[in-house]
Design a binder for this molecule. Structure first.
Ligand SMILES: *Cc1c(COP(=O)(O)O)cnc(C)c1O
Length: 453
């Protein structure tokens, strides 16, 4: 058989349901809690933020949820996305491993984010919402939501983390091209933003602060809602189309993965790729090792505490039990802006606690080195976030070289880096440094975790 590089599905083979892993888990995840009473949060506690369709998905015990036809139609602008075998990278690494990457950079935003921004805009529009507010770190989520809102004729207002706002002017331009409004966060438009600026006028911002600002601007208004690009159950579920497609694609070439690696910020692309495979693993049909990869400068799973914490800095969201570095932790401004979140998805944190997945952290220079090697062999310049997954894939490929095993490695190349070239320029001139994990700063932030009895 000729060696296949690009494994494609027809439009007619695109999966028509999302996969909800919750009913398949040996134990249910701990509930979210009301921030005031600390009682389990009910649908009404989420109603100021999200439309009921999404709230019901958030707590659903259905194993599969059908993708609305209107959403499927939009998905077909770029889905099914290609699965590639990295033949040239394998050759360059001189490894017997088979390296596969599922490429989500083919979407309009250049990442996996539209897989959830489109259904989120759709369900909001259906509920009569006219405007969505949100935060964005690297700018990928802001772009994806702006794109989705433009399709459903909705307004969109984005708070972009200051460090990224300054580093990535073209993300802002792209968000504005899709018709949305962008503010640097912290901003003086909200109480939460003004409080941060009063304490530190030069704050580089954080996802937690930007979430507070976007939530504050949505909650009081009937026709304004908030959209989150990661972390929550419904977001992870929307991303499972990635893994469902990859399962079909690998089956076409008769392979099953031995190792699945994915980068984790809030966990959505990693969950999207791995949850369908974890379903197969729990059912005894395959046995891949599934590993989350996070930045050494923001090591939520590997060094954070598993505790109830707020999703945002100001403490406006329900409390979620998750791996956290503390809701007011401000990570160093590393270039993988999408991975700089203080918490990890509660669902992934729970699955990690159950021992169903592993986690490691990698410093950013090793990640950029893997990104450059990948670009020079596969022709795609990866976003800084998935270079973490690529660095882990390279480690696995090197291990396979030592053992001589034909390890099948699967990863999500969840976005391209075309708007991250300033970061690559810095790397190529030797100006990227590895940030130490600031233990004191984190202990300090953890000392302010909410006390839950
Ligand atoms: C947003 C983003 C991430 C981080 O978010 P997850 O929810 O962990 O996937 C990673 N990579 C890219 C390209 C992103 O846009």
């Amino acid at each position: 058989m000729a060696k296949q590089t690009k494994i494609l599905l027809d439009e007619s083979e695109m999966p028509t349901s999302w996969y909800n892993i919750v009913p398949d888990l040996p134990e249910p995840p701990p509930p979210a809690l009301h921030p005031g009473t600390h009682e389990p949060a009910g649908p009404e506690d989420f109603a100021p933020l999200f439309p009921m369709d999404l709230i019901l998905q958030e707590v659903s015990m259905d194993q599969y949820i059908e993708i609305p036809e209107e959403v499927q139609d939009v998905y077909k602008l770029w889905r099914p996305s290609p699965l590639f075998r990295a033949h040239r990278l394998e050759k360059m690494l001189d490894t017997p491993a088979h390296i596969y990457y599922k490429y989500e950079g083919v979407s309009p935003a250049g990442s996996h984010k539209p897989n959830t921004s489109v259904p989120q805009a759709f369900y909001n529009k259906k509920a009569g919402v006219n405007r969505l507010t949100t935060e964005t770190g690297a700018g990928q989520w802001g772009t994806a939501l702006a794109f989705a809102c433009s399709l459903f004729d909705m307004e969109c207002e984005v708070w972009q983390v200051r460090a990224s706002y300054d580093q990535k002017p073209y993300r802002k331009a792209m968000i504005e091209t899709f018709g949305a409004t962008v503010h640097p966060s912290p901003s003086d438009l909200t109480e939460s933003g003004r409080a941060v600026l009063a304490a530190n006028p030069d704050s580089p911002g954080s996802l937690g602060i930007a979430i507070s600002e976007a939530v504050e601007m949505a909650a009081p208004h009937e026709d304004v809602r908030y959209a989150l690009g990661s972390v929550l159950n419904h977001v992870l579920m929307h991303q499972t189309i990635i893994g469902e497609e990859a399962l079909l694609q690998l089956a076409k070439v008769g392979e099953t993965p031995d190792v699945i690696v994915g980068c984790t910020g809030g966990g959505s692309n990693f969950a999207g790729l791995s949850f369908p495979f974890l379903r197969e693993k729990m059912a005894g049909r395959m046995n891949p090792t599934i590993r989350a990869v996070e930045p050494a400068a923001c090591p939520t799973l590997t060094r954070g505490t598993y505790a109830y914490d707020f999703g945002d800095t100001a403490g406006l969201t329900p409390l979620m039990k998750m791996h956290t570095l503390g809701h007011d932790f401000v990570p160093d401004p590393i270039h993988a802006g999408g991975l700089r979140y203080h918490g990890m998805s509660p669902l992934i944190s729970h699955i990690y606690e159950l021992g169903l997945i592993e986690a490691i952290s990698i410093p950013q220079t090793e990640c950029f080195a893997a990104g450059v090697t990948f670009a020079r062999n596969e022709g795609i310049v990866p976003a800084p976030e998935p270079t973490h997954a690529l660095a882990a894939a390279v480690r696995e490929a090197n291990k396979a070289k030592e053992t001589g095993e034909e390890t099948v490695i699967l990863t999500a190349l969840c976005g391209h880096g075309h708007l991250d070239m300033a970061a690559y320029a810095q790397y190529l001139t030797g100006d990227i440094v590895d940030h130490d994990y600031p233990e004191e700063k984190v202990q300090d932030a953890l000392s302010r975790l909410p006390q839950v009895g």
